[in-house]
Design a protein around this ligand. Structure first.
Ligand code: AMP
Length: 415
């Protein structure tokens, strides 16, 4: 018995799930390319202070969920809990805020949060995300929401609900904040986190995992938006409608990160249980400047790949992930091993005449033909190509169809 297990909240991604993950990424990359988003790969760990400053010191992520460690020189580092802070750091460090202020980037990769694991919530999970810098127009917000939705539909996910809200700007949020503090002060028995955050960050209370159910009558930001934020929110909606994107305005939506301004959104699915947000994002117009860059508006989103795959499985989409046809190359006579081997290499390189998308197995040189065929069944090969002495002398081989158990002789050059 082996004594080791994957750490709590982490998983090996195997078989159809690994295939699904690659398929999702492939589709996402095709879509990003068509819309002018370029890939950025940032380090998996960063200066811990980057996340504290950007995500916010009073958020769950920073307070309880970051994997923070010191390296041998005593630097305080953190495994990235999300992608936006790293992308913004990279955007500024590579001087793109000056050289290429209007630019679009995407990333894919692992994120780490010390959360209580459950279905759809892990300590290591995979995100696909995009950031659109330098465009404050509502068209950029609409583009990001539609992009997230299109990524989901590209692998066949349907029946999702898009929730949108506006968190206002520096002009209108203070009054809302004040009203919220008054409201929360009248609610009995707040949890210790809520009590602590009430003064520093009252918006955080709205998505407290313990208390949020008590806040059904809480004031909503939508009623406090200034004229410009209201206009902005209305225009985003007009644009979404014009692109046939169905959404619902949800005044209760707040996000677990501090940097958002104006539009925030979540795309939820009923098919994945309580952790129902497949993708989420919003606008963060102050973050680039706050982290030391030029004043650059920005909007982005991130999608959780494991959650999307949970939804895909529930919606019966796993069968549509492209699985290559498995071909096993067998030998009836040991002396044909070299010929069979070079044939296997050739079809692995070029595919079969009628199907280029194949996976090739074999030949095995020490087993009886019966055992080779058993192995072919085990790996679910659809065809077995058998090298036998009689056929090979005539430039032929046997092709066994493992589904209907028929077989046919054919010339090697025909396969
Ligand atoms: P966030 O970075 O919190 O805005 O989350 C964006 C998306 O990442 C969510 O909608 C989820 O799909 C996914 N996600 C966030 N946290 C986790 C987690 N702990 N495990 C799996 N997926 C997650």
């Amino acid at each position: 018995m082996m004594n080791y297990k994957a750490p709590r909240g982490t998983h090996d991604i195997l078989g159809i799930n690994a295939l699904g993950m690659s398929f999702l990424e492939l589709k996402a990359k095709e879509i990003f390319k068509k819309r002018g988003f370029e890939e950025v790969r940032t380090p998996i760990f960063e200066d811990a202070a980057l996340f504290m400053r950007s995500i916010g010191n009073t958020t769950d992520i920073v307070e309880k969920e970051m994997y923070v460690f010191e390296d041998r020189k005593g630097r305080k580092l953190a495994l990235r809990p999300e992608g936006t802070a790293s992308l913004v750091r990279s955007f500024i460090e590579n001087r793109m805020d000056i050289l290429m202020p209007a630019s679009k980037f995407f990333y894919t990769g692992e994120m780490f949060r010390y959360e209580r694991p459950q279905a759809g919530r892990y300590r290591q999970f995979h995100q696909i995300g995009a950031e659109f810098f330098g465009n404050s127009s509502p068209a950029a917000d609409a583009e990001i929401i539609i992009l997230a939705q299109d990524l989901l539909s590209s692998i066949g996910i349907n029946g999702v609900n898009i929730h949108i809200n506006s968190l206002g700007c520096q002009k209108c949020r203070p009054l809302f904040r004040e009203t919220l503090v008054k409201y929360f002060s009248s609610v009995q028995n707040l949890c210790t986190d809520c009590v602590r955050r009430l003064e520093k960050n009252p918006l955080r209370l709205l998505d407290c995992k313990i208390d949020s159910c008590k806040f059904t009558n809480a004031p909503q930001m939508l009623n406090y938006l200034c004229v410009s934020c209201k206009d902005n929110f209305n225009t985003v909606q007009t644009l979404l409608k014009s692109a046939n994107c169905n959404y619902a305005v949800d005044g209760t939506l707040v996000r677990g990160l501090d940097y958002y301004t104006r539009i925030v959104f979540e795309i939820r699915s009923k098919d994945v249980g309580s952790q129902d947000a497949l993708a989420a994002g919003g606008r963060y117009d102050n973050l680039v400047k706050e982290l030391g860059g030029q004043d650059t508006p920005a909007v982005g989103f991130a999608l959780g790949s494991q959650r999307v795959l949970l939804a895909a499985e529930k919606q019966g989409l796993f069968n549509s992930f492209k699985i290559s046809e498995k071909i096993f190359v067998a030998i009836a006579d040991q002396e044909l091993f070299n010929e069979a081997f070079s044939f296997a290499v050739k079809i692995a390189r070029n595919g079969l005449k009628d199907n280029k998308d194949i996976s090739v197995f074999g030949p095995k040189n020490t087993e009886s033909l019966t055992n080779q065929l058993k192995f072919a069944d085990k790996i679910k090969a659809s065809k077995v190509v058998v090298f036998t002495k009689n056929e090979f002398e005539n430039g032929k081989l046997l092709v066994k169809n493992m589904r209907d158990r028929t077989q046919a002789e054919c010339f090697i050059y025909e396969v």
